[in-house]
Ligand binder design. Structure first.
Ligand SMILES: [Zn+2]
Length: 362
């Protein structure tokens, strides 16, 4: 009997020790993974833990500490703690907020640019933004091999890294072209110049080209009739929806001399002669010629340039240097250069598709 009591006491102690101290049925487990990575901008979900003893669900006793700030890149630790009887269990989970999105670079202006040799390239600008770092424009690195003194294909590379080292790169292509690229058979021959001490009129029309020059003291200023005609032309263009700014009008002998010499300094005589007149040979010295619209060889392909080509004669103007007539006019096609000859002559020249030289039979 005494023996039985002792056995009972031992069994009770072992049982109590087993359940209270060792407590094999007391469990704490993470739901989902121990390490979770979340992309910046996504939501954080608390998966929680499972806590059980043999008889009880202990979920409600779990204490969760630690906060995740999804708006800030970094590591966050969440602690799960539960106490049961004499025992405490703890688990940890690591939440990492990462930014994997590349910054975005936006280029102002065209991604493909064409320049002429000797032109200046002015940076058209750019913007960089990032989902996390926001404005990164100041961090953009511009790397360029552009050399506008030589014909070639160049690139301007814009790159930027965000604070998570996500990298973005965009490229602008720059083609540097020969200034005379569109010139065909342009006569640069000044050898049979008809030099005169007075301006040359043929059939009452003042002619100035590479053969016929104006005296250096011929300095009439802008012709009134031509100026009025120009203003009518500009109004009509505006009504049709095109702005046709005056870029250059009367130029004196002296002004042309300065201009021509500056071109010679950059391109040499041979090239300068294809697009610029020598002093005394510029139509701008007549006061009857104007450059309007845009000084761009592509202007003739624009809607405004086409309007000018189709309507200039109605106001007494001709496109003086035509495409395909370079060997007659001696100049590259200039879709912007108009010459006043009066509406009747201009209309005939326009209808026949000829140059002033052909009209005058010279
Ligand atoms: Zn001109």
């Amino acid at each position: 009997m005494k023996k039985l009591i002792i056995i009972s006491i031992v069994v009770t102690i072992v049982t109590i020790t087993f359940f209270v101290i060792i407590n094999p049925f007391f469990k704490l487990e993470l739901i989902n993974k121990k390490n979770i990575t979340i992309n910046y901008g996504d939501k954080y979900k608390e998966y929680g833990v499972k806590a059980n003893s043999l008889l009880f669900n202990l979920n409600k006793k779990v204490k969760v500490t630690g906060k995740v700030n999804v708006k800030r890149i970094g590591k966050y630790i969440i602690e799960y703690k539960v106490k049961y009887l004499f025992k405490t269990k703890k688990l940890y989970r690591t939440i990492t907020i990462v930014d994997k999105e590349n910054p975005v670079i936006t280029l102002n202006g065209d991604i493909n640019i064409e320049l002429f040799v000797g032109d200046n390239y002015e940076e058209l600008g750019y913007n960089a933004s990032d989902n996390y770092d926001k404005d990164l424009t100041d961090k953009v690195v511009v790397d360029s091999n552009l050399d506008t003194t030589k014909v070639g294909d160049y690139t301007i590379k814009y790159s930027v890294k965000d604070s998570s080292s996500n990298y973005t790169e965009v490229v602008r292509n720059v083609k540097v072209k020969e200034k005379t690229i569109e010139v065909k058979n342009v006569s640069t021959d000044y050898t049979d110049i008809v030099s005169s001490d007075t301006p040359t009129y043929i059939n009452g029309i003042l002619i100035v080209n590479k053969k016929y020059s104006l005296p250096s003291n011929y300095n009439p200023g802008v012709d009134n009739e031509a100026a009025n005609a120009l203003s009518n032309l500009q109004s009509a263009a505006a009504q049709a929806g095109y702005s046709m700014p005056l870029l250059s009008g009367f130029r004196s002998y002296e002004t042309q001399k300065v201009l021509y010499n500056s071109y010679v300094a950059v391109d040499g005589v041979e090239v300068a002669d294809t697009y610029s007149a020598r002093p005394g040979h510029s139509e701008h010295q007549t006061g009857l010629a104007f450059d309007v619209g845009e000084l761009d060889y592509g202007y003739g392909d624009t809607a405004a340039g086409a309007w000018l080509r189709e309507h200039a004669h109605e106001y007494g103007f001709i496109i003086r240097y035509l495409k395909g007539k370079e060997n007659i006019t001696g100049y590259n096609y200039e879709p912007w250069h108009i010459r006043y000859v009066g509406a009747n002559v201009a209309t005939e020249i326009y209808n026949r598709g000829i140059t002033l030289e052909e009209y005058l039979g010279i």
